[in-house]
Design a protein around this ligand. Structure first.
Ligand SMILES: [Zn+2]
Length: 560
């Protein structure tokens, strides 16, 4: 589905104007009136059109407000580039002349057509049905607007009070601006009985922003569906679409999906900020030996690097960071993605379309014919993709991908379950990175708690284990850790920003032999630790000691 900007001007599918049934006598009268108008138009060397069966371009309709159309007794019927066609009942009408002149002054060429009163009233009725709902453009958001909304967005609930006096477009703008301002990754509209919840996902957690009245939501939904090229008249089955908006030169692409629910269509919008800077290993929280292992893995000219973790664990961000580091002029990199979340220069990125039969497996076969050095496949989740990925990793390609497993070691049985031959798994694999995202404690309000008692003992035990794996590991020596509190700066969540926890498994010869020997997960973990693997839990506690996050966060994403 093509992405469509909020900027109006792109030609839309014309709305078919189906005339209501009318009686035979009325029809003759109408025909007679139309003939009269046509004759008059000819005499005055004007075009004539009967709008009853004329396709009206919704982009044209929105160029003039309904009030102006009523007063000027005309409707805009066509807009393409700088060419406009106005269909008027009376070419001498002052309001019509004024509006036409205002467009001419902006460089538009306005052509006048003559229409009957019937044509006019017919299309004016369409305004209510279409123009007010569909063609409304969303402003190009600018930093000024961002600032002026700033306070209100900080107190989102206060914004709701202004809704009655705001236009639908302004409300939608406020919602989009709010998402940018709060660094939200997703916007959720969730209809319930008599109300619609608006929530943002910020740092991986959903926050309720405010409650919308259903009638306002209805208009916002229509706007959004139109902008995302969805079928407006379809609300009974799920739809997917794309749209984008701009904030001072920065384009935010949005993937939007709808789902019919008991109380209306639910909408989730995933914000993809194309200018969002690529993370670095530092900003990801990849430090020390973990970082060294990954950097060493990136030096290899073949083999697989797999990033694993549940949905929302930051796998894609890590892969993009790796791709960015590998992206030098002397290598050819091709990716297969769904969706393409960042656009990278000098890399061929291909969008998978499963619904149209363009699958990861099919794409991967095609990619191999393009002679790449490095291949990134969004996800390995079926045998076919797994088999081709393994084969390419064994035949001189660097293969990057993600697998949906909870720990690094679990990736081995996962690949075997997908049908990859046991004797190929070890040789194909270089490195497995398991990761989780935790929220960072807000530095404005976090509270020091002494590191004593049970927590201190647990900490010492875990750090002793980690030190066994990595003797060179530097453990912060502190006598306190932090708990989250909550303040206005962090929206009372106690957290701001995220950092990743890593568990990096280096597939050594010894580890490969364990795979062949059908070792248990416990044996594999022991070997991995012997080879230097610090677990997610241990890495989490290290980040607690470093003051980055809290025990509660680490516990919520790992098990000891
Ligand atoms: Zn705070």
């Amino acid at each position: 589905m093509p992405s469509k900007s909020f900027d109006f001007g792109a030609s839309q599918t014309p709305i078919k104007t189906n005339a209501p049934l009318i009686s035979h006598v009325d029809q003759i009268n109408l025909d007679f009136k139309e003939k009269e108008v046509e004759k008059y138009a000819k005499e005055h060397k004007l075009g004539y059109v009967n709008l009853r069966n004329f396709p009206i371009n919704p982009d044209a309709l929105v160029l003039v407000s309904k009030d102006d159309a009523v007063e000027g007794r005309f409707v805009p019927i066509h807009a393409a580039g700088k060419e406009l066609r106005f269909a008027a009942v009376d070419p001498t009408n002052a309001k019509l002349k004024e509006i036409a002149a205002s467009y001419t002054a902006k460089g538009f060429v306005v052509q006048l057509y003559l229409i009957s009163e019937e044509s006019l009233s017919f299309v004016l009725r369409l305004y209510d049905k279409q123009a007010e709902k569909v063609g409304v453009k969303v402003l190009e958001l600018n930093e000024d607007a961002l600032e002026s909304y700033d306070k209100e967005i900080a107190k989102m609930s206060a914004l709701v009070e202004h809704f009655q006096s705001m236009s639908d477009v302004d409300i939608l703008n406020a919602i989009l601006l709010g998402s940018v301002k709060t660094h939200a990754s997703d916007i959720h509209f969730q209809p319930e009985k008599g109300r619609v919840l608006l929530r943002y996902r910020i740092d991986g957690v959903l926050h309720q922003i405010f409650i919308l009245p259903p009638d306002i939501y209805e208009n916002i939904l229509t706007n959004l569906k139109f902008s995302a090229s969805m079928k407006l008249n379809v609300g009974y089955k799920p739809q997917d679409g794309k749209l984008n908006f701009q904030v001072t030169g920065r384009q935010i692409d949005i993937r939007m999906s709808t789902l019919p629910t008991e109380f209306g269509e639910a909408v989730v919008m995933r914000l993809l900020d194309s200018k969002k800077s690529i993370a670095t290993f530092d900003s990801l929280g990849l430090v020390g030996r973990n970082r060294a292992v990954l950097e060493a893995a990136l030096q290899k000219s073949e083999g697989m690097l797999l990033v694993t973790g549940p949905t929302g664990s930051g796998k894609t961000t890590t892969l993009y960071t790796v791709l960015h580091m590998l992206n030098t002029p002397d290598v050819k990199i091709i990716t297969l993605e769904d969706p393409i979340e960042y656009h990278l220069e000098n890399i061929s990125q291909s969008q998978i379309r499963e619904t149209e039969g363009y699958t990861f497996a099919l794409g991967l076969r095609a990619i191999l014919r393009q002679d790449p050095n490095i291949i990134m496949v969004g996800e390995i989740r079926d045998q076919e993709t797994a088999d081709i990925a393994v084969q390419s990793a064994l035949t001189g390609h660097v293969m990057l991908s993600t697998v949906h497993t909870n720990s690094a070691v679990e990736t081995i049985p996962r690949l075997l379950n997908m049908g990859v031959k046991r004797y190929l798994v070890g040789p194909a694999l270089n490195t497995i990175v398991a990761q989780r995202l935790v929220r960072k404690a807000c530095t404005a309000c976090r509270k020091e708690v002494p590191l004593t008692g049970k927590i201190a003992a647990e900490m010492t035990a875990a750090m002793t284990e980690a030190k066994k794996a990595q003797p060179e590991l530097e453990i912060p020596s502190v006598n306190h850790i932090y708990e989250a509190v909550g303040c206005p700066a962090c929206g009372n969540t106690g957290y701001a920003g995220q950092v990743a926890l890593f568990e990096i498994l280096n597939v050594t010869k010894a580890f490969e032999e364990l795979i062949l020997a059908e070792a248990t997960p416990r044996e594999m973990i022991a070997q991995a630790q012997k080879d230097g693997m610090v677990t997610l839990y241990q890495d989490g506690l290290l980040k607690v000691l470093a003051g980055l996050t809290t025990i509660a966060e680490v516990m919520s994403v790992t098990s000891a």
